[in-house]
Design a binder for this molecule. Structure first.
Ligand code: B12
Ligand code: SF4
Length: 602
C-alpha cells in the first residue's frame, strides 16, 4: 500500500489526490533548533520585532524533510495524534506536513485537516503581556504564523471538501475568542487524541458528516492508555508525566490525572527520536520530580531520587543523544533532597546545550534551566491561589522555600526560569511589595533565576476560570509595573558583561519610553521604567517615594524548614541529606522505600 505522501505525489504535481487526513502545526511551534527559548521568545515578542529573531537565528525557518516531502519532525502533540489515528486508519490516509507544503498534500480526497496548536492567538499567560507592552495586544510572532497557517487552509481550492479540526493545549483560545469563522475552523477538540471519541470524530469527518464546533474528550486514566510516537518530535519532546497534584487554582495541566509514564516507553520514544536524526531530548512534564513517586506509599512530593537519576542517566547515555534540556519542575523538592539535585547534576549537566558563562562554575560554563513557577512572594496571595505549591512545607514558608531552593539549585548550576503572576484577582499593593521583597532578597543574596512575570490570565476550565484580574497593561499599578521591570532588569545581569551593554540598554529603554511606551502603558509605567534603565540609583528613587526597595526577609535555614514538615512525614526525609530536625529519630524504613515502585524495566 502506498503511504499518504506517495499517494499525493504519484502524478508528479503532488496535488491530484491528496491525503484523506492531513496533520499540521504552525511553523513557529514546529521548528526544532536554537532550543526552547526561540519558541518562547516568539510567543511573547510582537511581530514588528521579528527582525531580532531573524538576525540572531538567520536559519530559524529551515526545516528537515523525509524523502517523500512529509515533515521530519512535528510537535509531540501531532505525533501522538498521528499514532492514535494509526490505530484505526491506514498509514496511506495520514500525512504530517509543514504549513508551507500543505498545498502538496491537500487534494480532492482530503476530508480533514487537523491542526495542533499550543498558543495560536497569544492570549495565554506570559505571551500576550509582552506584545501588549509594545502596543499590539493581538499579534505575537507565533500568533502571526498560526493565523497565516489557518488562512492558507481556509483559502485552499479544495476547502469545500474537508473540515478543519483543531486540538492541542491552545485550542481553547479559539473557543474563548470565538474565532471559528475568522480562522476557518469547524471543530475544536479539547483533550487527548488517545480517546476513542477523538477517533470517532475523524471517522465522522471522513464520512463527510458535519463536526460539532466544540468537543471535550476524556483524558486517559492509566499510564498504559497514553501513547508514545515512534517518530521524531520537535525538540525531542517525550512525555514523562501528566497532571501534577499540587492543585494550584490557576493551573490547566493539574486538572489531568497524575500519571508517571513507564520508563520502557519513554526510552523507546527517545530511541525513535535519535533514529530519526534528533540529537536533543526533553521530557515533557509539569514537575519532573514526581516521576517514580506517583501512587507509591511515599507522598509524591518526596522525590524518588534513585528512580530519577536512573531515568535521566538512561536518557543521556543513549547513543546519539547529544543534548538534553529540562522542562518544568517545582522548587520544594530541591530543599527536600539536595543530594538528588547534586546527583542529577552530575548525571545530566554535560549534555546541557545551555551555557551561562557569567554564572556557571561548570568547566564548560554549562547550566540547567528548568521552568519553575514562583508566581507570588505574598503568603496571603499564595494561600489563595496555590496553598500546596510548597508541600511538604507549609505555604507560610514559601519565601524561605524559594530562597533555600534557589541556593541549592544555583550551587549546582541550575538557574531556573521562574514565572510570576502579576495582577491575580484581589492582588493588593501589599502583595506586590511582598513579591518585590522576595525578588530583592534573591538579588541581595547573589542568587539567580530568570524571572518571567506575566499578567494573570483566567485559563479555561481552571478553578479560577471565572475570575478577572488585570486585562490591559495600562491598568497595572506602579508596584506591579515595578515588579515586572525589576524582574527584567535582574534577568539582564548575565548578559551585561560588556562595557557597552548596560549603557545600550539604558539608552534604548529610555528612547523607547519617550517614543511610544509612555502613551501606551500609562503613568504607572514611568518610574519603574526609569528604574529598569538605571536612570537614578534605586535607593534614591526609593527615598523619593517613587519605587519600593525590597525589605530584607527572615529566611529559615534548611534545618528549620525540615522541622516545619508534619512530624508523621519525617520518615520520608532522606537522612544522608543532613539538616535533620531536632527530635528526628533515625528511620526504621529500609532504603527499599525508595526503589522505583512504579517503574517498569527499560
Ligand atoms: C514542551 C512544552 C513547551 C516547549 C515545546 C513546545 C513544542 N512546540 O513542542 C516550549 C518550551 C517551547 C514551550 C513554549 C511555550 N509554552 Co509550553 N509546554 C510544553 C509542555 C511541557 C509539553 C507539551 C507537550 O508536548 N506535551 C505532550 C503532547 C503529547 O501533549 P499535547 O501537545 O497537549 O497533545 C495532546 C492533546 O493536546 C491532543 N492534541 C494535540 N494536538 C491535537 C490536534 C488535534 C486535531 C486533536 C484532535 C488533538 C490534539 O492530543 C495529544 C495527546 O494525545 C506543556 C505542558 C503539558 N504537559 O502539556 C506546556 C504548555 C503547553 N505550554 C504552555 C505555555 C503557556 C507556553 C508558552 C506560551 C510559554 C511562554 N510564554 O513562552 C510558550 C508558547 C510557545 C509557542 N510556540 O507559542 C502552557 C499552555 C497553556 C495554555 N493552555 O494556553 C502549558 C500547558 C504549560 C502550563 N503549565 O501551563 N512549551
Ligand atoms: S505546581 Fe505547577 S503544574 Fe503543579 S498544580 Fe501548580 S502550577 Fe500546576
Amino acid at each position: 500500500m502506498l503511504d499518504g505522501a506517495a499517494r499525493t505525489s504519484t502524478t508528479g504535481t503532488g496535488n491530484t489526490v491528496g491525503a484523506r487526513i492531513v496533520l499540521t502545526a504552525p511553523l513557529t511551534e514546529t521548528i526544532d533548533h536554537a532550543g526552547y527559548f526561540i519558541q518562547m521568545s516568539m510567543a511573547s515578542l510582537p511581530m514588528w520585532l521579528e527582525g531580532i529573531i531573524n538576525r540572531k537565528y538567520p536559519h530559524w525557518r529551515d526545516l528537515e524533510y523525509n524523502q517523500d516531502g512529509t515533515a521530519r519532525y512535528m510537535p509531540a502533540g501531532v505525533r501522538v495524534l498521528e499514532t492514535s489515528l494509526l490505530r484505526r486508519f491506514p498509514a496511506s490516509d495520514i500525512v504530517c506536513c509543514y504549513p508551507a507544503d500543505l498545498d502538496k498534500f491537500i487534494g480532492p480526497d482530503t476530508r480533514v485537516v487537523a491542526v495542533s496548536t499550543h498558543n495560536p492567538l497569544g492570549v495565554t499567560f506570559a505571551a500576550g503581556v509582552y506584545t501588549s507592552i509594545f502596543g499590539s495586544t493581538s499579534q505575537p510572532i507565533n500568533s502571526h504564523y498560526a493565523r497565516e497557517l489557518f488562512l492558507q487552509i481556509k483559502n485552499n481550492p479544495h476547502r469545500a471538501n474537508y473540515q478543519v479540526m483543531v486540538g492541542g493545549s491552545g485550542g481553547w483560545q479559539i473557543i474563548q475568542t470565538n474565532s471559528y469563522e475568522e480562522l476557518g475552523v469547524d471543530c475544536v477538540v479539547e483533550g487527548r487524541s488517545e480517546s476513542t471519541a477523538t477517533l470517532d470524530l475523524f471517522d465522522q469527518a471522513l464520512r463527510g458528516e458535519r463536526l460539532p464546533k466544540q468537543v471535550d474528550v476524556p483524558h486517559p486514566k492509566s499510564r498504559d492508555e497514553i501513547l508514545f510516537p515512534d517518530k521524531r518530535t520537535t525538540f525531542g519532546v517525550v512525555e514523562m508525566t501528566t497532571g501534577c497534584g499540587r492543585r494550584c487554582q490557576f493551573c490547566v495541566p493539574d486538572l489531568n490525572p497524575q500519571i508517571d509514564l513507564p520508563k520502557a516507553k519513554i526510552m523507546e520514544a527517545v530511541r525513535a527520536n535519535v533514529r530519526d536524526g534528533n540529537k536533543q531530548i526533553s521530557l515533557a512534564t509539569e514537575d519532573m520530580f514526581i516521576w517514580g513517586q506517583v501512587h507509591t506509599p511515599t507522598p509524591f512530593y518526596f522525590p524518588n531520587r534513585e528512580a530519577l537519576v536512573d531515568l535521566y542517566a538512561s536518557i543521556v547515555d543513549t547513543p546519539g543523544v547529544q543534548e538534553h534540556v529540562l522542562s518544568h519542575s517545582t522548587i520544594a523538592p530541591a530543599v527536600v533532597d539536595p543530594v538528588m539535585i547534586e546527583q542529577l547534576t552530575n548525571t545530566i549537566i554535560d549534555k546541557s546545550p545551555i551555557h551561562i558563562p557569567l554564572l556557571s562554575s561548570h568547566p564548560k560554563k554549562k547550566a540547567l534551566v528548568p521552568l519553575i513557577g514562583l508566581e507570588t512572594g505574598s503568603i496571603r496571595m499564595a494561600k489563595q491561589i496555590m496553598p500546596s505549591k510548597g508541600v511538604p512545607f507549609p505555604i507560610d514558608e514559601w519565601q524561605s522555600v524559594v530562597i533555600r531552593g534557589l541556593e541549592i539549585l544555583n550551587k549546582h548550576n541550575w538557574f531556573p526560569a521562574m514565572t510570576l503572576i502579576v495582577g491575580s484577582p484581589g492582588e493588593t499593593d501589599e502583595d506586590s511589595k511582598a513579591t518585590l521583597d522576595l525578588i530583592y532578597e534573591v538579588e541581595r543574596r547573589g542568587l539567580f533565576a530568570f524571572f518571567i512575570p506575566s499578567i494573570f490570565t483566567p485559563l479555561h476550565d481552571t478553578r479560577m476560570e471565572k475570575q478577572k484580574g488585570v486585562t490591559e497593561t495600562r491598568q497595572l499599578s506602579p508596584l506591579q509595573w515595578q515588579l515586572m521591570m525589576k524582574c527584567w532588569k535582574m534577568n539582564l545581569r548575565p548578559g551585561q558583561v560588556s562595557w557597552w551593554g548596560p549603557a545600550a540598554w539604558r539608552t534604548g529603554a529610555l528612547g523607547l519610553w519617550a517614543w511610544k511606551l509612555r502613551k501606551l502603558n500609562g503613568p504607572g509605567f514611568t518610574w519603574p521604567l526609569f528604574m529598569f534603565a538605571s536612570a537614578l540609583p534605586e535607593r534614591l528613587m526609593g527615598a523619593m517615594g517613587k519605587i519600593h526597595v525590597g525589605r530584607p526577609i527572615q529566611v529559615k535555614t534548611r534545618k528549620e524548614l525540615l522541622a516545619t514538615i508534619k512530624p508523621h512525614q519525617w520518615k520520608f526525609i532522606r537522612e544522608d541529606a543532613g539538616d535533620l530536625p531536632d527530635g528526628y529519630t533515625p528511620s526504621a524504613t529500609p532504603p527499599s522505600t525508595f526503589i522505583p515502585l512504579t517503574v517498569s524495566p527499560a
